[in-house]
Write a protein that binds this ligand. Structure first.
Ligand SMILES: [Zn+2]
Ligand SMILES: [Zn+2]
Length: 357
């Protein structure tokens, strides 16, 4: 992809990234991306979902949408595909006194479905305008790699919009949705998030039916944000690989409700599932810290089960912020001793394995 990669990218890296990569290693990272599909398994590029959103304090704090710039950056950086996530409960969210996100009200009747339709309409418009390539199938992603474009895999963070209507799982699939994070910040009809005191031990009865329906429809179950109980139940009843798209491991010196234990992470790899590492500010201050988190995850669950899920551009205090630097990730992984084949698994191969055919 050489010439299409952003010219200034190594120059923008500062010592603050916590990496010491040579120009040759950075170049190897950029060239890697021309040979292997790379996938951001959890993203909100340019905060597309906030266009025409009701301006709550949380929405204002996230910042204005900037899809055009970010889509240009993704193609320039060599991102083959990303899961473009709508956010089901975006209109409910506010800040806790500690600065975290939490729901501050309940949905009005019909609101969750209307919000889904507004946001999926934005994604369809991006694809219809040709601003992104469609990422409905594995073949679409192969085509995007060959054309040096970025494919949008439609996804939704929060299964709230499904309500108790199993037909909406199939409607979402028909809209192009290939993954749903079943629980986000709002405790919903499916189960509880890891950031709230649980109301139920695991999946609710309708939550179990929704997980099975997603298996049937070919929509990947994303267990990011889900409580350990929800995760255990989903793993027990699912016959398809699932993922935790954006998290990291707890450590002896680091605990946070959004992080998971090695046991929790390993559970999700049961059916061949994957765990995406997120460059958030939780226990990480630099890109170097994030690379260390990715390697820790590989040690815990194996290189066949790790992926990259940036949560850009709605990440809370991110340590990686610019898709033009995407090549730094494979460069750093290879510099730390991963082979090219192992790096290809983490950068996209593992996701493509679980992407419904
Ligand atoms: Zn999230
Ligand atoms: Zn997200």
């Amino acid at each position: 992809m050489g010439a299409t990669l952003a010219a200034g990218f190594p120059a923008r890296l500062s010592a603050a990234t916590g990496l010491s990569l040579t120009e040759a290693q950075l170049q190897a990272g950029r060239e890697f991306l021309t040979r292997h599909p790379s996938v951001d398994v959890h993203a909100h590029p340019g905060r597309f979902f906030l266009r025409d959103a009701v301006q709550t304090d949380a929405v204002k704090a996230l910042g204005a949408p900037a899809e055009a710039q970010v889509l240009t950056d993704m193609a320039a950086g060599g991102v083959t595909a990303a899961l473009f996530n709508c956010v089901s409960d975006a209109s409910l969210l506010g800040f806790t006194p500690a600065g975290g996100l939490a729901p501050v009200r309940e949905f009005q009747p019909g609101e969750a479905w209307a919000e889904y339709q507004r946001q999926i309409g934005l994604l369809k418009a991006l694809a219809a305008r040709g601003d992104v390539a469609r990422g409905f199938t594995r073949a679409d992603i192969g085509k995007a790699l060959a054309a040096h474009r970025t494919a949008a895999v439609f996804a939704v963070e929060g299964g709230d919009f499904i309500e108790d209507r199993l037909d909406r799982v199939h409607k979402a699939h028909a809209d192009g949705v290939r993954s749903i994070t079943i629980v986000h910040y709002h405790p919903n009809q499916i189960g509880d998030p890891q950031t709230e005191k649980p109301r139920t031990p695991g999946l609710t009865p309708i939550g179990r039916r929704i997980v099975k329906e997603m298996n049937k429809a070919g929509v990947v179950v994303d267990l990011a944000h889900a409580s350990f109980g929800v995760t255990k139940d989903a793993v027990a009843i699912s016959d398809k690989p699932m993922m935790i798209s954006h998290t990291n491991l707890k450590r002896a010196d680091l605990d946070h409700p959004r992080l998971v234990t090695p046991e929790h992470a390993r559970l999700v790899t049961t059916h061949g599932g994957i765990v995406g590492s997120v460059p958030s500010g939780i226990g990480q201050a630099t890109v170097g810290d994030w690379i260390a988190s990715i390697l820790r995850l590989i040690d815990a669950v194996g290189v066949d089960h790790v992926a990259i899920g940036t949560d850009m551009d709605a990440n809370y205090r991110p340590v990686f912020t610019d898709y033009r630097d995407w090549g730094v990730i494979p460069a750093a992984l290879m510099a730390r001793g991963l082979s090219e084949a192992e790096t290809a698994k983490v950068m996209g191969g593992n996701f493509l394995r679980i992407f419904p055919a």
